[in-house]
Design a protein around this ligand. Structure first.
Ligand code: NDP
Length: 333
């Protein structure tokens, strides 16, 4: 019996801020799974800022999305039909085959999720790629020590909110930047020491007031002015964990870099860019320690949810207007 699935394709490459017209919905018929294949119905899919980079036609650490083809991204689904001995009907699986309601494909690249009390979509957030990015990037490249001051930009998002909490668990003082007072109030409820609304007043003055002794670690999700401010307030031997630069992802002409890069020399700043796949060797440590924190209620998370595959582009666009608190997800059931 034929199964159908709706999927989101890239219709045109965005110029500047992406628009809904850059995407199209298509319906496809799915065949029965062949040997070694499964039919999976997705229940959750992730939209992530890095996907913007894949919409440009240029070489990067992941290949660009192709025009007219279905997009890709993290997803959680349930096996509906299996022609592979490792999977049975009802198994929950994680894949990189998001942006579609269902798919038939090889079972080999799928990860079976454990049966726990944690909601499955947590494997797209706190226990998935964003959580790993936060935990691994902060610990490995931030090298936190008790008593140090950490500045986190994009702090109320999927990665930033986890960085803030891991930093608190490591005994650090945390200064968070986010785009609304509501987001900062939530971060304070998680234990963050001081918050800066970057949309209000002078960012440098506000960060200086929040971190009067300067910062030892900057976890950068935003780039641009935030990076310049972090260089300004950095203490000698500060570590800059360069995770992302969402403030410039939609720029049509390259933005001028921080004007104060010379601080890297005088302050002996260690600036390290990374991609989460570099941290694969930390995966077991991450699942064990983060899993324990989640179970014990020491790490909390928020989700912002859009419903239905047709709203997936909207969810993606909303990442760039700050509509999400915590992880932005699309529910497909
Ligand atoms: P978020 O959940 O943080 O969502 C994006 C947030 O960015 C928005 O909610 C918004 O919050 C903020 N934002 C959007 N535009 C701007 C702007 N112009 N200036 C300042 N803030 C802005 O996304 P993620 O947690 O998934 O990702 C955070 C960062 O980490 C991104 O840069 C992403 O590319 C990067 N990343 C890097 C990885 C790696 O392997 N290196 C892996 C995963 C993510 P607000 O209301 O505060 O403006």
């Amino acid at each position: 019996m034929a199964t159908t699935s709706r999927e989101i394709r890239l219709k045109s490459r965005p110029v500047g801020m992406p628009k809904s017209e850059n995407f199209e919905v298509a319906e496809v018929a799915l065949k029965d799974p062949g040997p070694g294949e499964v039919l999976v119905r997705n229940s959750w899919m992730s939209v992530d800022p890095y996907m913007r980079g894949r919409m440009y036609d240029r070489p990067s650490y992941v290949p660009p999305f192709q025009l007219g083809e279905v997009l890709q991204g993290g997803a959680i689904g349930t096996v509906v039909k299996s022609n592979d001995e490792r999977f049975k009907e009802g198994d929950l699986v994680e894949s990189m085959l998001g942006w579609r309601e269902a798919y038939v494909g090889p079972a080999a690249p799928l990860t079976k999720l454990p049966q726990t009390n944690v909601p499955p979509q947590a494997y797209l957030g706190v226990l998935g790629m964003p959580g790993m990015t936060a935990y691994g990037g902060f610990n490995r490249y931030g090298q936190p020590k008790e008593g140090e001051t950490v500045f986190v930009s994009g702090a109320a998002g999927a990665v930033g909110s986890i960085v803030c909490q891991v930093a608190k668990l490591r005994g650090c003082t945390v200064v968070a930047s986010a785009g609304s007072d509501e987001k900062l109030a939530w971060l304070k409820s998680l234990g963050v020491d001081a918050g800066v609304n970057y949309k209000k007043g002078n960012l440098l003055e506000n960060v200086r007031a929040a971190a009067p002794k300067g910062i030892d670690i900057y976890f950068d999700n935003v780039g641009g002015e935030h990076l310049e401010v972090a260089l300004e307030v950095a203490r000698p031997f500060a570590r800059f964990v360069e995770c992302g630069m969402i403030s410039i992802y939609n720029d049509t002409t390259p933005a001028p870099g921080p004007r104060n890069m010379s601080y890297i020399v005088g302050k002996r700043i260690n600036m390290k860019g990374f991609i989460v796949i570099d941290l694969i060797d930390m995966r077991e440590q991450f699942l064990s320690e983060m899993g324990g924190w989640v179970k014990d209620g020491k790490i909390k998370w928020e989700e912002t949810v859009e419903n239905g595959i047709a709203n997936a582009p909207k969810a993606f666009l909303n990442l760039f207007t700050g509509a999400n608190t915590g992880k932005m997800l699309v529910k497909l059931d």
